[in-house]
Write a protein that binds this ligand. Sequence first.
Ligand code: GDP
Length: 193
Amino acid sequence: MKVTSSDIVISAVKPEQYPDVDLPEFALAGRSNVGKSSFINKMLNRKGLARISSKPGKTQTLNFFLINEILHFVDVPGYGYAKVSKTERAAWGRMIETYFTTREQLRAVVLIVDLRHPPTEDDVMMYNFLKHYEIPCIVIATKADKIPKGKWQKHLKVTRQTLNLEEGDHMVIFSSETGEGKDKAWALLESYM
Ligand code: GDP
């Protein structure tokens, strides 16, 4: 997809604030610092769009981006940040669960993991949560530029096995530095629209 327009439309906390339009939607999830904002910006050809309020300590909101007037990306606040209080963590959980389980426009969740390391316990938990609710998942294994190309397949296998990836769920090797995987990721997203 050639992205010609992208803008944040709302930072939502409650369902009443979700955009009331019937456009296909993709949520983006990942642990803090995994490279989620960089992924969004790369996919949208924007530099600083997905930074707003996604950093730890900022308000935890679902940020809706309207793309080419035909679909939404929803940036989900990162998980696994140690310094978040129990209360905040619980609020995050409720917000995510409500969104994932009630949003009819949601076509798939893009789960961002780090290709260099096996997925964390939190990554596995997020993946299992999606599977429990039968939400299609596209795994983006990012920061590929940080390891030699000859090791990509080995790392991909570890990622697949650690998540216990189901048949039908796709995985894409990605780099926000080089743009590796960008076309493949868009093609996959479009196949869910
Ligand atoms: P977020 O917290 O998940 O939104 O993570 P960010 O997108 O802010 O990225 C965290 C750090 O990783 C930043 O310093 C980025 O520049 C870096 N980063 C993200 N993606 C890549 C990538 O594909 N390659 C490299 N080399 N660095 C990346």
